[in-house]
Design a protein around this ligand. Structure first.
Ligand code: XMP
Length: 514
């Protein structure tokens, strides 16, 4: 998309936030990992460049450097934190390393008449989030100081005739007041038009799919019932109608009523789409019998999924395309200089299908974030019941039963999990929470039920807030809700006499237990 914003990623944990905020303002944004050159043919010419923050010090050996092509473009540039230091270093300024750095909120005092300060509408100071070890001591030639804090005389600098701006603080984080406005002012000053809209994305994506698939070829799509594959299928259904075949594998590890709910909702919205529900639960459970090791479980499930999917694909005769709900964070992770992301999702990724099936991939969501996929789904009239489903892992309940998986444990966990989902909805917290679920632990505990002793199973509840599942915090749920979870699960789920609430964040824990 020409005239968009290109964000160069120097490794900040906030880089994806810059992209999300930028898109939310109506400007399309893409991220280029710092290790790749601007000359990479990956991207169309942008209209402005943002240099992200990063954990390194510019003076560190091996620290990411500024691609000289960036300055040569003559495009408007916004340097954030490490990005500001890179600009200073490359344009002849002087930097110093602070003994303790500055991390946390600060009062920022705008100076001069920077177009970025339209964001404050005349306020004398504003709260910003600082997170840096280095600081700019002397300006590069042609720059002026455009802001300070109590401890930092050069907290922002600009060379206005070249539309190069630099901020020592992070405008992309929630804790910087007016941060979105600052970004917006930069894009306006750069002359960009805010024309990125979900509805126009949908129209373009549908046209693109129709062109790629042509008038008579078929597309196969693996549906998991999750948001991503559902929205991908909805776009495909609009583009090619009944030449779309969706395979939904019931692996026996799904949540209560999941197969029926997903199938009914999809059939209502797209009755012409060919939905094939394959009940392969016996095969999966047989192969998982007595298996406790999490990685072995994942591998068995992954291989079995591929086997079932391939069998279904073969039954359909010649199918040329395979559609997947790959999202932008997956794309970014797989081209980042740090190398591909952990293999955690590989088995779930249908890209692992045998080569002889010979599919061409279609990934209509590969430029979107999860929240964008949800708004796209809304423009496609997908019901909220599908759009707001919490993410659910490919290996399903098997990795929420610690130890061997069997029918009895699955039934118990389904009931406990369903109570968690119902009560979260009753407290109207299901959309705020990224994921909430029950986990069955391999321990028994003593209890007293009625007049007798019980020796029952233990269920842990996990509820987290997150923006992209890369990091997550345990959700501070109201006591009354926790009490509901506990009393309902112990009373209604036979065999459970204790309920725990997981108060671990990611990192160091992960969201799932296995
Ligand atoms: P973790 O446990 O790694 O999970 O913090 C991060 C997110 O990924 C989901 N997850 C998976 N999704 N296949 C998937 O499709 C998997 O094997 C898998 N393992 C974890 C998890 O539910 C969370 O949303």
């Amino acid at each position: 998309m020409a005239g968009h914003v290109l964000i160069i990623d120097y490794g900040s944990q906030f880089t994806q936030l810059i992209a999300r905020k930028t898109r939310a303002l109506g400007y399309y944004a893409e991220i280029l990992p710092a290790g790749l050159s601007l000359s990479e043919p990956l991207y169309e010419k942008p209209g402005a460049i943002v240099l992200s923050g990063g954990p390194a010090s510019v003076s560190d050996k091996g620290a990411p450097t500024l691609d000289p092509l960036i300055l040569e473009t003559g495009l408007p540039i916004l340097g954030i934190c490490y990005g500001m230091q890179l600009l200073a270093q490359n344009l002849g300024g002087r930097l110093s390393q602070e003994a303790h750095g500055e991390y946390g909120p600060a009062d920022f005092y705008p100076l001069g008449s920077s177009p970025l300060w339209e964001a404050f509408r005349g306020a004398k100071s504003t709260k910003v989030l600082m997170s840096h070890g280095d600081r700019v001591e002397e300006l590069p030639e042609g720059f002026e100081i455009t802001g300070k804090t109590r401890d930092l005389p050069i907290a922002a600098m600009s060379q206005e005739n070249k539309k190069i701006h630099a901020l020592q603080f992070h405008p992309e984080v929630h804790h910087t007041e007016h941060g979105d406005k600052i970004l917006e002012c930069f894009y306006k000053d750069a002359g960009l038009s805010p024309n990125w809209r979900m509805s126009s994305f949908a129209v373009e994506a549908v046209e693109q799919i129709s062109r790629t698939v042509g008038p008579d070829k078929k597309v196969l799509c693996g549906l998991s019932g999750g948001v991503d594959s559902t929205v991908a299928a909805a776009l495909l259904a609009r583009a090619i109608g009944d030449r779309l075949y969706c395979v939904f594998v019931d692996n026996g590890l799904l949540r209560l009523n999941e197969v029926d709910e997903v199938a009914t909702a999809l059939n209502e919205v797209y009755p012409f789409m060919n939905l094939i529900v394959v009940d392969a639960s016996t095969m999966f459970l047989k192969r998982l019998k007595d298996v406790s090791d999490p990685e072995t479980k994942r591998k068995i499930i992954g291989h079995t999924f591929i086997e079932v999917f391939s069998q279904e694909a073969k039954k359909l005769g010649k199918v040329d395309f395979l559609a997947q709900g790959t999202l932008y964070p997956d794309v970014i992770e797989s081209i980042s200089p740090q190398g591909p992301s952990a293999l955690i999702k590989s088995h779930h990724n249908v890209g692992g299908l045998p080569k002889e099936l010979n599919f061409t991939l279609i990934e209509p969501l590969k430029y979107l974030f999860k929240d964008e996929v949800r708004s796209l789904g809304a423009t496609l009239s997908i019901p909220d019941s599908l759009l707001w489903r919490h993410p659910f892992p490919g290996p399903g309940l098997a990795i929420r039963i610690i130890g061997p998986v069997d029918e009895e444990s699955l039934d118990l966990l389904r009931q406990a999990d369903s109570i968690v989902q119902q009560e979260l909805k009753n407290f109207a917290l299901d959309r705020e929470i990224w994921q909430a679920f029950a986990v069955l632990l391999p321990v028994h505990s003593v209890g007293v039920m009625g007049d007798g002793r019980s020796y029952g199973k233990v269920v842990a509840i996990r509820a987290v807030t997150s923006v992209d599942a890369m990091t997550a915090d345990w959700a501070r749920l109201p006591d009354e809700l926790l009490a509901r979870f506990s009393s309902r699960i112990i009373n209604e789920v036979n065999g459970v006499n204790r309920v725990l609430y997981d108060i671990s964040s990611k990192p160091p824990s992960t969201i799932e237990w296995e």
